[in-house]
Design a protein around this ligand. Structure first.
Ligand SMILES: Nc1ncnc2c1ncn2[C@@H]1O[C@H](COP(=O)(O)OP(=O)(O)OP(=O)(O)O)[C@@H](O)[C@H]1O
Length: 231
């Protein structure tokens, strides 16, 4: 299965088998993301979606095959990888003693944004969390925490965005806004890879869908992927 046919791939997996010692979960997976591509990852519970993300990020060793980022082996500790790949994992960690605004300021300044104050306010406005900007993480609802997590990912510049179920705990209106924004980022050349259970996300901002099953991955168009989720 292939997404994008250019010679320059943000991300490429070749014959990738994922799993744990002595246990193959899925493979082979042959996936290519060109700049501006959008690939959704779907599958039943336990099919290996999070395992795939963790393997791509270098947290798990491939059982077979290879993964490259912009033509080189993935090295999540390299400055280039950290600067150009923005990742949202399902359960992000927060600093208990930093407010919502301070979290976003820290990320924005850490990634060298010149107009960081403006960027922080734009994220607070976009995710509609300005009213809780002075709150600590422990004072937030689960949906507000999810918004902070996403804001901290989207505030930073990125050439590749990797998201794990970004729709969790977001209401429909915010999901619409988020997907519209992600589609816009893709239009600007950012590649997007996201695990999702939301058909709306596939229809709104993906051009390919990787369906994981017990054997190997299958590449679908977004409409078929959405139908699979709605089945
Ligand atoms: N640390 C681990 N060691 C061994 N097996 C594991 C480990 N973590 C997960 N698994 C197994 O790997 C399989 C894939 O899990 P994974 O979390 O990738 O699925 P998923 O598709 O993300 O599921 P969900 O939709 O429920 O989030 C499951 O059968 C799970 O039990």
């Amino acid at each position: 299965m292939q997404a994008g046919q250019d010679d320059t791939f943000e991300l490429e997996t070749r014959g990738l088998a994922i799993g744990y010692p002595g246990r193959v979960i899925c493979g082979p997976i042959n996936l290519r993301l060109s700049p501006g591509a959008g690939v959704g990852i779907i599958g039943a519970n336990g099919s290996g979606k999070s395992t795939l993300i963790r393997t791509i990020l270098g947290h798990l060793i491939p059982l077979e095959g290879s993964i490259s980022f912009q033509g080189l082996p993935v090295d999540e500790s390299s400055e280039h990888f950290r600067r150009t790949v923005a990742v949202q994992v399902t359960d992000g960690a927060f600093f208990d003693e930093l407010t919502v605004r301070e979290h976003l300021e820290m990320v924005a300044r850490g990634h060298g944004l010149q107009d960081w104050g403006q960027a922080v306010q734009a994220e607070l406005d976009f995710f509609e969390i300005t009213a809780v900007a002075g709150h600590l993480p422990g004072e937030l609802s689960s949906g507000q925490r999810r918004k902070l997590l996403l804001a901290a990912v989207l505030i930073r510049p990125a050439e590749l965005l990797i998201l794990d179920e970004p729709e969790q705990r977001l209401d429909l209106r915010i999901r619409h806004k988020l997907y519209h924004r992600l589609a816009g980022l893709r239009g600007g050349g950012t590649a997007l890879l996201a695990v999702t259970h939301d058909p709306l996300m596939l229809r709104s901002c993906m051009d390919r869908v990787l369906l994981l099953d017990a054997d190997e991955g299958e590449l679908l168009d977004p409409h078929r992927g959405a139908q699979w989720l709605e089945r």
